[in-house]
Design a protein around this ligand. Structure first.
Ligand code: MN
Length: 130
């Protein structure tokens, strides 16, 4: 998958190390990254910035990623933005929870640094995988 330079991606992630890694990988691939460290800040940033895709950590302080996804999907301003849930555990049910909250896909941490950017590129090109 070739890079899709210039598209804007909002990362909602409370762990600074995870935020830095994901940001670096996406910026190297040519994306413009917007960062938010809480669900509330992420929702605000999504409304203000209208990113092409949102990477949403499931485990956040206060409002969690599942509630944030539902809120984004309920808002006509942000409901069309594809959301990818990022979860810390490969537990059964995470994917189902993410999809039922309106997310298009689910990525498990630790992210695969070699495939992360191309995975995101693929999801932007085809946000409705069968
Ligand atoms: Mn977290």
């Amino acid at each position: 998958m070739d890079r899709m330079a210039g598209e804007k991606i909002l990362i909602v992630e409370d762990n600074p190390g995870n935020m830095e890694l994901a940001t670096d990988l996406l910026e190297v691939a040519g994306y413009l990254v917007v960062q938010a460290m809480t669900a509330e800040a992420g929702i605000e940033a999504a409304r203000a910035q209208l990113p092409d895709l949102i990477l949403l950590d499931e485990g956040l302080p206060g409002m969690d990623g599942v509630s944030a996804a539902a809120s984004l999907k309920n808002d006509p301003l942000t409901s069309g933005i594809p959301i990818v849930m990022v979860t810390a555990h490969a537990m059964k049910g995470n994917r189902e929870r993410a999809l039922s909250a309106g997310c298009i896909d689910h990525i498990t941490k630790p992210i695969n640094t070699r495939t992360f950017a191309s995975t995101i590129a693929g999801l932007i090109l085809n946000p409705c995988p069968s």
